[in-house]
Design a protein around this ligand. Structure first.
Ligand code: PHE
Length: 447
C-alpha cells in the first residue's frame, strides 16, 4: 500500500502479529522488575486490587483510544492528532509523546543493560559463585564503564530490529520471543509454587490488608504502575495501531493486550513472591528486589543457576520487546519529517537516546552526588516518567478522545459493536480517567 506522499506504507502481516507485538510492548521490565518491587512496597494484595481497577477503567479505555487515533490516521503520533483535529493544537500531545519516548528509552535501556549483565553472569556461572549479591550489584553499578557497555548493547539490538521494519523486524522478533517468554514465566511460577512456604507469598499477593485502602500513597503507586506497565500515554499503541489494517476490531484487540499484560504481571508475581517469602526475605526492598534479593534467593535454591538464567533471560527478552515499541514512536515521526531511510533514522535516534540514558547509568558512579530529594539520576527518571510524564500523556489522550475528537468520530474510529460499551468507554475517557489522574497529581504534591 502507498500513502498519500508516495512512501511505501508498512503494515502488520496479521492481527496475531500485531497482538503479540503490542503485548510484547506492554509486558516488560514494568511487569517483572517494577511490578514486584512496587507491589512489595505497597502491601501486595490491596495494591493489586487498585491496580486492576485502574487498568480496567483508565488503562483499557486509553489503549482503545490510542489504537483508534493511530489506525484512523495511519500515521505517526504528531500527524495522527493533527489529522483528527487539524483546527486545534492537539498535535502537541503527539509531540510530548515523541519527546517522552527519548527519555523513557534512555532510562529503560540502563535497567535493560543491568539485566543483560546478570543474564550473562548467570550463564557463565559468575552470579552463582558470588556470595554477597548486594556487593556484586553495588560493585557493578559503581563502575562507570561496564553498565554503559551493556546499555549500549541493548540499544544496538533495539536499533537493529527497528531498522528491519515492522514485519521483518519488530513482528518477526516478537513472534519468536513472546512464546519463549511466556513459557519461562510459567515455568518459574510453577517452580516457585512448589516451595514449602509458597502459601505466604500467595497470601501476600491475594489477601488484602483493608487498612491499605485508606492510604493515598497506595492509589498513587497503583496508577503509576498501571501507566508504566501498559506503557500508555506515550503514543505507543497509537504508533503500532497505525500499522493495523482497517478490518480489525479495536476494542477486542485492546482487551486482549490489557489482559495479556496484567496476566503476565500476576504470573511474574507468582514466580517472585512465594520464593521471597519461602526464604524469609523482605518483599519491600525497592528497586533492588530483582537485582539483589532474587539472585540471593537463587543461590539458596536447588537448581538456582538455571533459575537465574531463566529469570534474567526473561528480563532481557521482555525488555527488548518493549524497547522496540518505544523507539518506534520517534522513528515513525522522524522518518516522515526527514524523509530519510528507516535504518538511518533508527541509528541516529538510537545514538541520541543512548546518550540521554548514560547519565542515569552514571548516577551510581561519576554522578553519584547528583541527587534531588534523596533520589539519584536514575531514580529521578523513573519517578518523573511514571508519576508525571505518563499520566500527563495519558490525560491528554483521554481528554482528546473524550472531548477533543467529536463523539461521532471517536465512536466511528473505535468501532464498538454496541452502543452501551461505546458510551461507557467515552464516559471513562471524559470523567473517570482525567479526574482520577488529576487527583493523583494533586495528592502526589501533598504526600
Ligand atoms: N510497558 C513497558 C513495561 O512494562 C515499558 C514502558 C513504559 C513502555 C512506558 C512505554 C512507556 O516494561
Amino acid at each position: 500500500m502507498k500513502s498519500a506522499d508516495g512512501q511505501e506504507e508498512e503494515q502488520w502481516a496479521s492481527r496475531h502479529g500485531f497482538l503479540l507485538a503490542a503485548i510484547g510492548s506492554a509486558a516488560g521490565l514494568g511487569n517483572i522488575w517494577r511490578f514486584s518491587y512496587v507491589a512489595g512496597q505497597n502491601g501486595g494484595a490491596s495494591f493489586l486490587i487498585i491496580y486492576l481497577v485502574c487498568i480496567l477503567f483508565i488503562g483499557l479505555p486509553i489503549v482503545i483510544a490510542e489504537i483508534s487515533i493511530g489506525r484512523n490516521a495511519q500515521s505517526d503520533a504528531v500527524q495522527a492528532f493533527h489529522h483528527a483535529r487539524p483546527d486545534q493544537p492537539w498535535y502537541l500531545a503527539g509531540g510530548l509523546a515523541v519527546i517522552g519516548c527519548f527519555f523513557i528509552l534512555g532510562f529503560y535501556s540502563v535497567i535493560a543493560g543491568w539485566s543483560l549483565k546478570y543474564f550473562i553472569s548467570a550463564l557463565t556461572g559468575h552470579l552463582s559463585e558470588t556470595q554477597d549479591n548486594s556487593t556484586f550489584f553495588s560493585l557493578f553499578i559503581a563502575q562507570p564503564v561496564e553498565p554503559i557497555f551493556w546499555q549500549a548493547i541493548m540499544m544496538a539490538a533495539t536499533v537493529a530490529v527497528v531498522a528491519g521494519g515492522i514485519q521483518k523486524g519488530i513482528e518477526a522478533v516478537n513472534r519468536f520471543l513472546m512464546p519463549i517468554l511466556v513459557l519461562i514465566v510459567v515455568i518459574l511460577a510453577a517452580y516457585s509454587l512448589t516451595l514449602d512456604d509458597a502459601g505466604l507469598g500467595l497470601a501476600f499477593l491475594f489477601t488484602p490488608d483493608w487498612s491499605a485502602f485508606t492510604r493515598p500513597a497506595v492509589y498513587i503507586a497503583a496508577i503509576g504502575q498501571a501507566f508504566f506497565s501498559l506503557g500508555i500515554g506515550m503514543a505507543i499503541f497509537l504508533t503500532y495501531g497505525a500499522y493495523l489494517p482497517k478490518s480489525h476490531s479495536i476494542p477486542g484487540a485492546a482487551a486482549t493486550i490489557v489482559a495479556g499484560d496484567s496476566l503476565l504481571a500476576i504470573v511474574a508475581g507468582l514466580a517472585i513472591f512465594p520464593a521471597v517469602f519461602s526464604f524469609g526475605l523482605n518483599p519491600a526492598q525497592g528497586p533492588e528486589l530483582a537485582f539483589i534479593t532474587l539472585p540471593e534467593l537463587f543461590l539458596l535454591m536447588p537448581g538456582g543457576r538455571w533459575l537465574a538464567i531463566l529469570f534474567f533471560g526473561l528480563l532481557v527478552g521482555a525488555a527488548l520487546t518493549s524497547m522496540f515499541s518505544i523507539l518506534e514512536v520517534p522513528v515513525a515521526y522522524f522518518i516522515r519529517k526527514t524523509g530519510r531511510s528507516r535504518s538511518t533514522v533508527a541509528l541516529a535516534l538510537g545514538l541520541i537516546i543512548f546518550l540521554l540514558g548514560a547519565p542515569a547509568s552514571l548516577g551510581y558512579s561519576v554522578f553519584d552526588s547528583a541527587t534531588m530529594g534523596g533520589r539519584n539520576i536514575l531514580e529521578l527518571y523513573d519517578y518523573a516518567i511514571s508519576n508525571l510524564l505518563l499520566p500527563l500523556g495519558g490525560i491528554s489522550t483521554a481528554l482528546f478522545a473524550g472531548w477533543g475528537w467529536t463523539k461521532a468520530k471517536a465512536l466511528g474510529a473505535s468501532e464498538f459493536n454496541d452502543k452501551l460499551s461505546g458510551r461507557l468507554w467515552l464516559f471513562c475517557l471524559r470523567f473517570i480517567a482525567p479526574i482520577f489522574i488529576a487527583w493523583a497529581f494533586i495528592a502526589l504534591s501533598f504526600f
